[in-house]
Write a protein that binds this ligand. Structure first.
Ligand SMILES: [Zn+2]
Length: 248
């Protein structure tokens, strides 16, 4: 029966893939495996490829990287709908919004870490045009929401009430916020499109070197992490993001 042969062939293909180095398992290869295994109901192969994709593109907030596979965001949304992988939707929509920062500019920023950005504007626009109109509208809603929340965060200079009564703590943010945050376009302007990434930048700044005590700093970083959680929980259920696989 040809069906069985095909299945055996596919399984051996999967074993060969296993022998590849991790970096050879890129987004395109994994999505091709997910598409074909979903279509022919090869559930083991499908589960294996989904698990690999989750390692490559984590879908939880703690491991989310807004720059990872940025230009594949539209394809990830299509994959999520067509192969019923809802967990991909939220991170993909966040990257869709993040990509708007670059407009029609080609971007390649490489610093040898997982924060590398590769953005091919033409390829992105072509892929985005495949999305249903509702998804584009939803991305616009998200961008407005991100902008409003970020502007509230970034225009509020933190004023920790120091439990240890260190005289310097209340003035540290007042003295440094303008230069380190507002004038830093990679934080301030970037935050409009990528508030999660800019909140990470706020958390990473060595405020301690400016004289703030550990107690005040950990309190403030906790507030910024809380902002990240609230952004991650932005009303997904009331929008098209949870619509499932009905748009194919
Ligand atoms: Zn303090």
């Amino acid at each position: 029966v040809p069906w069985i042969y095909f299945k055996v062939l596919f399984c051996s293909f999967k074993i060969k893939i296993r022998l590849f180095e991790e970096e050879n398992l890129d987004f395109d290869l994994l999505t091709a495996i997910i598409r074909s295994s979903s279509r022919y109901e090869f559930n083991t192969s499908r589960a294996w490829a989904i698990a690999r994709l989750d390692k490559l593109l984590p879908t939880n907030l703690e491991d989310f990287n807004s720059n990872a596979h940025l230009e594949r965001a539209p394809m990830a949304i299509l994959l999520a709908r067509q192969c019923n992988l809802r967990q991909l939707l939220k991170p993909a929509f966040y990257r869709l919004v993040r990509a708007r920062r670059f407009g029609s500019n080609q971007i390649t920023e490489s610093n040898g870490s997982s924060n590398d950005i590769h953005y091919d504007a033409a390829a992105f626009t072509a892929a985005e045009s495949l999305l249903p109109k509702e998804d584009i509208i939803f991305a616009s809603h998200l961008l407005r929401e991100f902008t409003a929340r970020w502007m509230t965060i970034v225009t509020t200079v933190p004023s920790p009430k120091c439990r240890l009564q260190h005289s310097k703590c209340p003035s540290v943010f007042v003295n440094h916020w303008w230069v380190k945050v507002v004038k830093a376009s990679k934080i301030f302007q970037n935050g409009v499109f990528d508030p999660l990434g800019s909140l990470d930048s706020l958390i990473a700044i060595e405020w301690g070197a400016d004289g703030i005590c550990d107690d005040c700093l950990s309190f403030q970083r906790g507030l910024w992490r809380n902002h990240k959680r609230k952004l991650w929980e932005v009303r997904t259920s009331s929008m098209h993001i949870d619509r499932g696989s009905d748009s194919s």
